[in-house]
Write a protein that binds this ligand. Sequence first.
Ligand SMILES: C[S@@+](CC[C@H](N)C(=O)[O-])C[C@H]1O[C@@H](n2cnc3c(N)ncnc32)[C@H](O)[C@@H]1O
Length: 229
Amino acid sequence: MNEITEGDCVEVMKDMGASSIDCMVTDPPYGIAYKSRQKEGGKNRLEAIANDATFDPVWQLAWMKAAFRTLKAGAHIYLFCSEHYVGEFRTTIIAAGFDIKRMLIWKKGHHGMGDMVGGYLPMTELILFAHKPAHKGDERALERQGQSNVIEVAGIRKMEFHPTEKPTGVLRTLILNSTKVGETVLDPFAGSGSTGVAAREENREPVLIELNPKYIKVIEGRLAQGGLF
Ligand SMILES: C[S@@+](CC[C@H](N)C(=O)[O-])C[C@H]1O[C@@H](n2cnc3c(N)ncnc32)[C@H](O)[C@@H]1O
């Protein structure tokens, strides 16, 4: 299985073996036209994200179905999703065949930008946790049980590699909870490869797909360093 593949994940996943992957941890385009506010020389430092302009239920369902096929029965999936479309993400993930288990809250320790006057500043992100259904007795338990659905890991204050880069700490928590050493972790929207770095750090096998060749170079660089940053 390739560790890093450049391309459209829907097409790439169609060519992967059915029921071959142990876990998926991913941060797909949310459909919110996210724009980084970080500036350099008066310009946005980091470019817009592909497939993020609007929430497209047809496309979201297509990639979730392609991912479903690649996962083993009972596999756990973690999907970062925006509160703006959380209902749509839930509906789509069920339509793709997954069983939703719970919404996890990632508490970041500092708040982001927002409406300081009429609104509340965001300090959390949502992670949808689901399973690929399995026959009775073949379901997968959490490796570390009895945890609450709130994960407290510091967020990244200044993105270095990607406008929506996730800290490896939160990804490592999810990977440790849902896989054993040597198992495969798929991220079809790898961005700068944070899931790959986290998987490597925990001696799991990353399977990363990314559309943007610029980020493929970033992933290669991060993993070449041993995945330790
Ligand atoms: C929200 S970002 C992921 C960032 C990542 N969590 C990180 O820490 O760097 C989503 C990524 O999906 C990529 N993407 C969008 N459409 C894609 C597609 N059809 N196939 C593969 N990658 C895609 C974008 O280029 C972007 O880098």
